[in-house]
Design a binder for this molecule. Structure first.
Ligand code: ADP
Ligand code: G6P
Length: 478
């Protein structure tokens, strides 16, 4: 059904993302409170939206009616309501049971259900309608991530005057995988409703351009993608972190004191290996634990002098694949501790909790080796946070080639996480590196991050969108 055009509102800049930057939670006293939402998308967008007055439209994280719009940290938040069935079908189902595994190389089997697809359409339409209601004439609307791929097309029908950008935070898969998707043409048409479609990695951009040509017969040239009477630009914009803020945390005396305290609490071992991930099957946690276990067993790492801290941030806990992963990971952790720990000395400290950013920064400072070894990851901001935190150039980053960050952090110990022997060599070499070797690798990575922080990412994307839309004026604005 065609969407009817609607008049607009007052915001010149609108971000749409499945999640708002704050979630409802419960504090130590059992009282409801607001807590920052997990994940890289919120980490990246939060500082930018704080600086520019705009609106953020998203889900508040619970089924049921939406709270009234409210202001948090200077950002105008417009909650979207999802029913329980929509949380099942749109969020847990189509977004996280179909698209998430399919776009991450199908490392878990994607499930396809028609009722999930219907709910995905309905919720995407609700987001598009909400943006259409509050956007000022000619406003810039920036749609984020895999939950909302139909929104650009729907929004263009409702409000042809808007300048619409879309950014995908996760990988965009090769043609063979994408084509499994029953809604494949619909999703491509939805994305091509934007003026500018951005990806984390050049390979994702290439996959998208190939699909536009193969699946929809779009004319793809160096200049852009010509489809349905319009030009659409597709390009790579690797996301980043707020480097100055991370550095401020790293130099905060309280954070530094906490880092020293963490080392003491861990028994002052020779080597602290740290891993920080949402407890997600894309993050390669099981392969990493296997590699660590073998390194202890072969005494390439001394069990009496080595500690692994695995922070596993709770995530998507209603979904079967995540529950099964948690059980497997917790079994592996107990097995390793059973074999190699001593009384009062653990080999793996496993924490299934959320931390605040200062505690996380203290952990980064305390860690000799940071192991970021996802099987596939759009970017991975944890890797960038570790590098930015190590202001003295020490520390060793072991990084999967399958993380988007590998294209930028070339000096890390890069590993193929599927190759357990290679992974072991990477971790062992990183643990052995002297300070000169650490700095030789860390310095260029730190310089790269300074020149490519999240602000540059955002202004790069929005500036490009601005320039494009001036070149192709919209009817209502003309
Ligand atoms: P993803 O987006 O897949 O979760 P990223 O590595 O890109 O992966 O982003 C994760 C973000 O979540 C980082 O900014 C990181 O600092 C933050 N984070 C990691 N661990 C925790 C934790 N225990 N509590 C709160 N935030 C965390
Ligand atoms: C990744 C996705 C984000 C998502 C985050 C946390 O970073 O790209 O869109 O918000 O994971 O996942 P969740 O399902 O809790 O929102």
């Amino acid at each position: 059904t065609a969407l009817t055009q609607v008049p607009g509102g007052t915001y010149d800049l609108i971000v749409l993302a499945n999640r708002l930057p704050v979630d409802h939670a419960v504090d130590e006293n059992g009282r409801p409170c607001r807590r920052r939402s997990p994940g890289g998308l919120v980490t990246a967008l939060h500082p930018i939206m704080k600086r520019r007055s705009g609106a953020w439209i998203g889900w508040h994280g619970r089924p049921g009616p939406a709270p009234a719009p409210f202001v948090h940290d200077g950002i105008h938040l417009h909650p979207i309501a999802l029913t329980g069935d929509e949380v099942d079908g749109y969020y847990e189902g189509q977004s996280n049971g179909t698209i998430w595994p399919l776009y991450h190389d199908a490392v878990e089997q994607p499930q396809f259900h028609r009722v999930w697809q219907d709910r995905y359409r309905a919720v995407n339409r609700r987001f598009a309608e909400a943006a259409a209601r509050v956007a000022a004439p000619g406003a810039l609307v920036w749609v984020h991530d895999y939950h909302l791929q139909l929104v650009p097309g729907m929004l263009r029908e409702l409000r042809p005057d808007l300048r619409i950008g879309f950014f995908l935070h996760i990988p965009f898969p090769p043609v063979e995988l994408f084509c499994q998707m029953p809604m494949r043409e619909e999703i491509m048409r939805g994305l091509l409703g934007a003026d500018l479609v951005g990806f984390q990695h050049p390979q994702a951009t290439r996959n998208f351009r190939t699909l536009a040509a193969d699946l929809l017969g779009a004319k793809v040239t160096d200049r852009g993608i010509w489809y349905d009477g319009r030009d659409v630009a597709a390009d790579t914009f690797p996301i980043s972190i707020d480097v100055a803020e991370q550095q401020r945390l790293a130099l905060d005396p309280a954070v530094r004191a906490r880092a020293a305290e963490i080392r003491r609490e861990l028994g002052d071992p020779r080597t602290i290996v740290l891993a920080v991930d949402r407890l997600d099957y894309t993050k390669g946690i099981e392969c990493r634990l296997r590699a660590y276990e073998e390194l202890l067993s072969e005494r390439r790492l001394d069990p009496a002098q080595t500690v692994l801290v695995q922070v596993a941030v709770p995530t998507r806990q209603q979904i079967d694949q995540y529950q099964a992963l948690r059980e497997r990971v917790e079994r592996a952790v107990s097995r390793i501790n059973g074999e190699y720990a001593g009384i009062g000395r653990l080999s793996v400290h496993y924490v299934h909790q959320s931390f605040d950013r200062a505690e996380l920064a203290a952990l980064y400072l305390a860690a000799d080796v940071m192991a970021v070894t996802p099987l596939r990851d759009g970017m991975n901001l944890v890797a960038k946070e570790y590098v930015a935190t190590r202001t003295d150039g020490t520390g060793a980053l072991v990084l999967s080639e399958f993380a988007g960050a590998a294209a930028e952090l070339e000096e890390a110990w890069q590993v193929n996480p599927h190759d357990i022997d290679g992974l072991k060599d990477g971790i062992a070499d990183a643990a052995e590196a002297d300070v000169a070797e650490q700095r030789r690798r860390m310095d260029p990575m730190r310089a790269h991050l300074h020149a490519h922080d999240v602000n540059r990412w955002a202004t790069g994307f929005m500036g490009r969108l601005d320039r494009l839309s001036r070149r192709w004026p919209r009817s209502a604005a003309a």
